[in-house]
Design a protein around this ligand. Structure first.
Ligand SMILES: [Zn+2]
Length: 176
């Protein structure tokens, strides 16, 4: 089940990234019971690390969470996890999501400039929990008002960089 409160939390984290002068993207991972596992936000520009995307940070946090749980290494799989990210994952994060075998991915807004939606839908991973090949379930723009909020953040960011003409970030309904 996709819960609004976690997408709202991801938007909060995205806002914090914008305040820190980098791409406004936030991500939250929850377990099968809908409890918080890890959070992340974009830190690319403050750290100079091109891989410091919100989703990667959250997945690293989840690895620490799994280690802290101890137990069987085989249980350290992502199938039971749900990833909430403000923006459709990029190619790198889409790959990381597949390698982590994340069961469900929800994003606040589609990314018309480079999302990995098609890759996530085309690729499967071995789901040890169910004993079969499985795909990450995807939920694009589940909350229309939050989709608009995410795009407003992206517009603010592009405006700040003077690239709003290149990356216009239309309202979700205009893009369809
Ligand atoms: Zn990414």
């Amino acid at each position: 089940m996709i819960e609004r409160r976690w997408m709202e939390r991801a938007v909060e984290l995205a806002r914090r990234s914008l305040e820190e002068g980098t791409y406004p993207v936030g991500a939250v991972l929850t377990d099968a019971e809908g409890r918080l596992v890890a959070e992340g936000r974009n830190r690319v520009l403050p750290t100079g690390d091109p891989t410091a995307h919100a989703e990667v940070e959250a997945l690293r946090g989840a690895a620490a969470w799994f280690r802290a749980q101890g137990g069987d290494r085989r249980r350290r799989r992502g199938e039971a996890l749900t990833l909430y990210t403000t923006l459709e994952p990029c190619l790198m994060c889409g790959g990381a999501i597949l390698f982590a075998q994340v069961g469900a991915v929800a994003w606040g807004s589609d990314d018309p400039y480079g999302g990995s939606h098609r890759i996530l839908q085309a690729q499967s991973h071995y789901d040890g929990h169910r004993g079969r090949w499985s795909r990450s379930r995807t939920f694009a723009e589940p909350f229309p008002d939050l989709a608009r909020e995410v795009r407003a953040l992206m517009r603010q960011w592009e405006e700040r960089r003077g690239r709003l003409e290149e990356f216009a970030w239309p309202e979700p309904e205009e893009a369809r």
